[in-house]
Design a protein around this ligand. Structure first.
Ligand code: ARG
Ligand code: ZN
Length: 868
């Protein structure tokens, strides 16, 4: 870094000097460069200075007109990064022409080309790569967009809103005009031009308006859009049924592109997606791909209200739209599928990424106070912890008051750029409750630790809770938070005990735990019960309660909350691993094995809950719980647990596998998905034993599979095996699918996450493979992020070569796409959690990156904060 980059602070927020009322854009798209003309009608913001400073990035200025006057560029204050004008009148129109190079844009922000198509990504600050603008979310204007391009190469020309005009032009060119009647910030602008096929459908809203639905993809992919289209219709219906929110334009379009930094983008009326979250059929997509598509389609659609109709005042408020929208998409998926399974998945994501983030140098509050590069704050804290914060408000206020609050929020702020305070105020006003103390969740980083102790006396149970919030960077003085703890108690017969609490008799209660230390007294217990705490994961906390293994087995069998049943299994696994670490001769006792066997044999339990109970906490999560983790010991005991269960329950696992394996019929429904998931977990425990017939089983599943889920299950197992059948399987998979980029991503990813002894050499070969493309984010993720995040064994090899490889690629990729480079650099940030040897090696790589010439501010922010 040549100079220290500027730190942006929330407390410095000021309104702009001018508002942009109307924006007229003309794009003249060409093969070498494109010309963009923006005519913006500005209005002075009373009481503010009369200087207008517009943001730009890598722009070439061609001309500027102030109303009708052609300004002399030599006398102007501008650079590729800004354009500034002084002493401006109350209202005026500013017309600016810029020259840009979409074909050379490898950052994939602003206007760029992907696979022959022009497309855009403007959130958060990509619009400034298109034209000089007040590129900030509180400046909302009405857009009219004209797109001009070659008619044969780009027959389809799309932008936000409704099409209002089209015509042919000389030289085989044509133009299309779009108008979006809803004022919006520049980050929601979108444009697409290309030769695309389209799948069309229709949705009738609750007020009987007919909405045209279109999904645009490359023509060879037209047969892979049905599932996404159904998800659009389901989302529209769900938002009407759940929140009374109706779609507002006459047309809703989605475009799938193969080069995209993130998952998808909610541009008004024209969502642009990473093709990974649209294209699917059972031959090419796994069950979890389908789940991902449904939730991302829902997520972007729900943004039409939570994000677009009501947007964010500044980027510190990002969780206002993202936390709320993640909560909305989680609930949508829960309603469409199994609620319990969905909750388990969401908590897994939270623990594996947000809890890890919260325990390291990048820990930040749901509403950060400062940033260097806002792209670094599209984090699991802002998204997933943000959603947990919304969920807690829902839990504390109750469903009805919550929905009233949402109504108030949208009614009050429709068409505005709002803040998190506005949201909280709407919730308070419509419920009458105070959320003052609750808002610490937005401002304090770190995962609270809650310690629980229970005592039984006479007829009473006393639950004593203590909370502690660990220190995080820049925050040492922490306040007690409001933590909802949903609680039940179970008796020895397996039933929930009705209890008396504050005058009511019930079997479940949401305790509001809002002090450092607090006691809750419940009556009606002849015997000491077993508590079931924080049911459905009622708060994003670490909960410590000293359960015995016997009690955990009891809860795993009897708890009627799916999540807590899973949680008991997780805690049991952790307790068994700890015992093994403490004494290397420890073996699983019969009671534990019997519990696993009867779980497998249960006729009533959802196969997916069985599967989750038999999958154990991730290495990353286990590491994040320690001060200085002994990663070798964690690997060793985790493998021991899998292998012991595999050996001792071999027959039961074998039987459960075969019962779930419905060879000839494939169904994409709860039963089919459940069977495939259970089958996969059984197979993995069978292979943990290394027995020959388990390898043969995986080989035969691979050979006979008629769907991608089973194929990937088998190939994943074979990827860890040191055997010629591994190579054969990867080769035949490649030969079959080499034409399909998304499927080949899986081929890359499975080799990168393999626990094969030579994985580093394999990854280096993959990086040299003819299909590897450093400019394609999905491919970089499949190889490098997969290695750094999903292969702790390879990445954390004690020789440090994994760290060196990632650092090499951070530096390489930073030259073309700093956003992706920063995400990769982040995998080195957790160095403090490891032993001294690994710490030194990780720090050396961070230092090497930091010292590099011409580093982006994205990567600079990650590495400098990691080293602090
Ligand atoms: N708003 C998008 C979503 O949540 C994410 C876009 C983020 N893009 C970025 N370059 N950081 O779906
Ligand atoms: Zn979002």
């Amino acid at each position: 870094m040549s100079r220290e980059p500027q730190v942006i602070k929330l407390k410095d927020y000021q309104q702009p000097n001018f508002w942009a009322k109307k924006t007229e854009l003309t794009f003249d798209l060409n093969e070498d460069h494109s010309l963009v003309t923006s005519k913006v009608h500005y209005q002075h913001n009373p009481g503010h200075d009369r200087t207008l400073t517009l943001a730009g990035l890598s722009l070439e200025l061609v001309s500027v007109h102030l109303d009708h006057e052609d300004l002399n560029l030599d006398a102007m204050d501008y650079s590729p990064e800004h354009l500034s004008l002084k002493d401006l009148p109350d209202t005026f129109a500013l017309t600016i022409t810029t020259k840009i190079y979409p074909q050379k844009n490898t950052a994939l922000e602003g206007l760029y080309k992907s696979n022959g198509k022009f497309c855009t990504q403007c959130e958060p600050e990509g619009f400034r790569r298109i034209t000089y603008f007040l590129d900030r979310p509180d400046v909302m204007s009405e857009y009219r967009t004209t797109i001009i391009a070659d008619k044969s190469k780009y027959p389809i020309l799309l932008s936000n809103g409704n099409p209002v005009d089209s015509k042919d032009l000389p030289n085989n060119r044509h133009q299309m005009v779009w108008h979006d009647p809803f004022p919006k910030p520049s980050y929601l602008f979108a444009l697409v031009a290309g030769d695309l096929g389209c799948v069309e459908d229709e949705f009738t809203t609750k007020s009987s308006r007919k909405i045209k639905l279109q999904i645009f993809v490359e023509k060879e992919n037209l047969d892979k859009c049905d599932f996404a289209m159904q998800a659009v219709k389901d989302s529209m219906k769900w938002d009407e049924d759940t929140y009374g929110l109706e779609y507002d334009l006459d047309i809703f379009m989605i475009v799938a592109v193969s080069d995209f930094n993130m998952g998808a983008m909610e541009n008004k009326g024209l969502n642009i997606f990473n093709s990974k979250y649209i294209l699917a059929n059972p031959e090419t997509a796994t069950d979890s791909d389908f789940e991902g598509i449904q939730s991302v389609v829902g997520h972007e659609y729900f943004h039409n209200w939570s994000g677009n109709r009501v947007t964010c005042r500044d980027w510190f408020q990002l969780s206002l739209k993202e936390g709320l929208t993640v909560f909305r998409d989680q609930e949508f998926s829960a309603d469409m599928n199994s609620r319990g399974v969905k909750r388990i998945s969401d908590v897994k994501v939270l623990r594996n990424s947000q809890f890890v983030e919260d325990s390291g140098p990048m820990a930040h509050p749901v509403r950060p106070d400062s940033y260097i590069e806002i792209n670094n704050f599209y984090t699991s804290t802002v998204y997933n912890k943000g959603a947990e914060v919304i969920r807690m408000i829902h839990t504390i206020l109750g469903k009805d008051a919550f929905h009233k609050g949402i109504d108030t929020y949208f009614n009050r702020h429709d068409g505005e750029a709002a803040t998190i305070e506005d949201f909280v105020k709407a919730m308070e006003d419509s419920s009458g409750a105070s959320l003052k103390q609750f808002t610490h969740w937005y401002h304090q980083a770190g995962t609270p630790r809650v310690n629980a102790e229970l005592s039984h006396q006479d007829n009473k149970v006393i639950l004593k809770l203590q909370q502690r919030l660990p220190m995080t960077p820049g925050q040492s003085d922490k306040h007690a938070q409001v933590i909802p703890i949903t609680t039940s108690f179970f008796a020895k017969d397996g039933k929930a005990v009705p209890f008396l609490y504050q005058g009511d008799t019930k079997t479940e209660h949401v305790l509001i735990f809002d002090q450092g230390e607090q006691e809750f007294v419940f009556e009606g217990f002849a015997e000491e019960p077993i508590p079931s705490l924080a049911r459905s994961f009622s708060a994003p906390i670490h909960l410590d309660y000293q359960y015995s293994d016997e009690q955990l087995i009891f809860l795993m069998t009897w708890d009627n909350d799916d999540f807590n049943r899973y949680e008991a299994a997780q805690n049991l696994a952790m307790s068994l691993m700890k015992k093994r670490q403490q004494s290397p001769s420890y073996e699983l006792p019969d009671e534990v094995l019997t519990a696993y066997k009867s779980l497998l044999a249960s006729k009533t339990l959802d196969p997916r809950i069985k599967a989750r109970a038999l999958s154990f906490p991730s290495i990353d999560y286990l590491v994040s719980l320690e001060q200085e983790a002994n990663i070798e010991a964690i690997f060793e005991t985790r493998s021991w647990l899998q292998e012991s269960i595999g050996h001792s329950c071999y027959q039961e696992l074998w039987d459960a596998y075969h019962q779930s394996h419905k060879q000839d019929s494939y169904q994409l429904d709860a039963e089919g998905i459940g069977n495939r998931e259970l089958k996969s977990v059984c197979l993995s425990l069978l292979l943990a034993t290394g027995k020959e017939d388990s390898v043969a089983l995986a080989t035969s599943l691979f050979a006979k599979s008629n769907n991608m889920t089973d194929t990937i299950t088998a190939l994943n197992e074979l990827s860890h095996v040191n055997d010629p059948r591994r190579q054969d399987a990867f080769k035949s998979f490649y030969d079959k699918w080499s034409h399909d980029q998304l499927v080949i991503d899986k081929w890359f990813a499975l080799q990168s996450s393999s626990y094969h002894d030579h994985v580093l050499a394999h990854v280096k070969d993959l990086l040299e493979h003819k299909d590897f493309d450093l400019l394609n984010p999905n491919r970089v993720y499949a190889v490098l992020r997969q290695f750094a995040r999903a292969n702790p064994k390879g990445f954390h090899h004690s020789n440090g070569e994994g760290y060196q490889l990632i650092a090499d690629y951070v530096l390489k990729i930073d030259k073309t796409n700093s956003h992706i480079a920063a995400m990769l650099a982040n995998s080195l940030s957790q160095w403090r959690r490891f032993d001294k040897g690994r710490q030194g090696k990780m720090v050396a790589q961070l230092e090497r990156i930091k010292a590099a010439e011409g580093l982006s501010k994205d990567v600079y922010e990650i590495v400098s904060k990691s080293l602090q």
